[in-house]
Design a binder for this molecule. Sequence first.
Ligand code: IDP
Ligand code: MG
Length: 151
Amino acid sequence: MNTMETTYIMIKPDGVQRGLVGEIIGRFERKGLKLVALKSVVPSKETAETHYECHAARPFYPGLIKFVTSGPVVCMAWTGVDAIAVARTLIGATNGREAAPGTIRGDFGMDMGYNMIHGSDAAETAAFELNLWFPEGLMQWDNLMGAWVYE
Ligand code: IDP
Ligand code: MG
């Protein structure tokens, strides 16, 4: 723990369709994470399948691929101390009905598949996903706010 990390965060098509892009990005900003990449794309089937390849054998996989390629997603990379776990905490449990209030899924979600947002679950998956979605690389910049975020 206490490692500077970068995590891959993606607002899924339901989050975009429901007009939650600003709300969701604002939560990561206000938390004190640093934005190092941002773009919106309609994912290709190939990219979606690679992203979710660990779930390829699961019954929900075909529906998940169809869903995530159905429209725009918002792809982001956020950096901070323990950013991977911090982001997963902001996001909440997979099923919105079970996710804690105050989390993104707990505040806005009512289902398992339509849970609005993806966040990397470990350092290896973060590296894999960042490389997949941002082959162009990430931004390097000094965030002056950081001086008031970390003691
Ligand atoms: P996570 O997004 O909380 O890490 P995972 O178990 O890695 O959850 O599953 C990846 C995504 O697959 C979920 O966010 C959700 O959109 C979808 N998913 C997982 N389990 C189910 C299910 O049982 N039915 C439908 N979709 C599911
Ligand atoms: Mg996962």
